[in-house]
Design a protein around this ligand. Sequence first.
Ligand code: SF4
Length: 375
Amino acid sequence: MRTVDSIRRIYIDRSLAEGAVVQTVLTRAPSHVQIEWIDDPRAILQDYQESGALVEKEDLLLYRFPGRFLSGCPGSDGMVCCQYFVINLGVGCLFDCHYCYLQSFLNNPLMTVFGNLEDLFSELDERTRNKNFQFRIGTGEYTDSLALEPLTGLSAHLIEYFAGHQNATLELKTKSENVDSLLSLDHRGHTVLAWSINPPALIETVEPGTASLEERLGAAARAERAGYRLAFHLDPLIYFEGWEPAYHRLIEQVFDYVRPDSVAWISTGSFRYSGPLKEVIQTRFPEDRLTRQELVAGPDGKHRYFRSIRAEMFRSIKGKIESVDPRLFLYLCMETQKMWSSVFGFVPGSGKNLDALFEKRRLQMESLSAGPTRL
Ligand code: SF4
């Protein structure tokens, strides 16, 4: 797995020098890392934008984010939405998945972390306190939630913050094995540690730099022992010859490591790309076959496998998961109402209805065990 040891240079906003995140970074940065103090992050960002590089994974920028941290998940036009909220605490990633949408989504090639945690926490207080709603909030939308954790310690602060919030669940989504610094934290059941997974052969070919499946599942097992609720994302689901036994084996492997009762949710979504991303994938990974298959544009303009192929794959995944434990909660990410209907036999009438299914599973887990959900 690619680690923070691969970072060569860190630019740090001088105004954050006394902050907890910067102090942690200064303590933990490997000795070879060059630290550069900066007064104006815009100048650095402009330099990297003008360099023409699409991604820069050896340099990191740490600065004070001036905007709003919390937003609704961008979702996709015409797709069923699950009312998820996103904390934007940084952009870019240490890993290099061929299909990563950030390659065409960001105009900043530099890995970037926002260090003004106190501003984030006051915004979260204002947006979530005294609201009659169970928030699910994740940090894994514009970066991997835990890839940089051994350097920044950011997620540890978030876990401690969310431990005090009865009406919010934090989801940290990763393809790393970086959980060890989180295991002793008093999370009180308010954090779900989640792994995006694919069969080992795909991890090797299209997810360079990420942890192996065994490493991810080993980390999940350690998190389970520390009382965390878990989640898994079979996303992107990739169609290839032999996909069915490979994905069925993947599901079996998950439950060789962890108990179904510890799993809060499982999602799946098919491989998809927008037009600009296709070009980037073909330029950066000329041997890649992902975008050489026949895919069709959906109502949101993204290309996906034919509906019949997606439905077959989703039904097969659903059947396999139900054979492990019919109480496991599976949902589709960025799929149409028609697809929901053909896979599950119903369509969540609104994001709120889907949200009720998350809440049902949360309450079910509470009643299943006094362990994972210490609310
Ligand atoms: S782990 Fe996620 S954010 Fe990082 S490169 Fe892969 S898809 Fe992108």
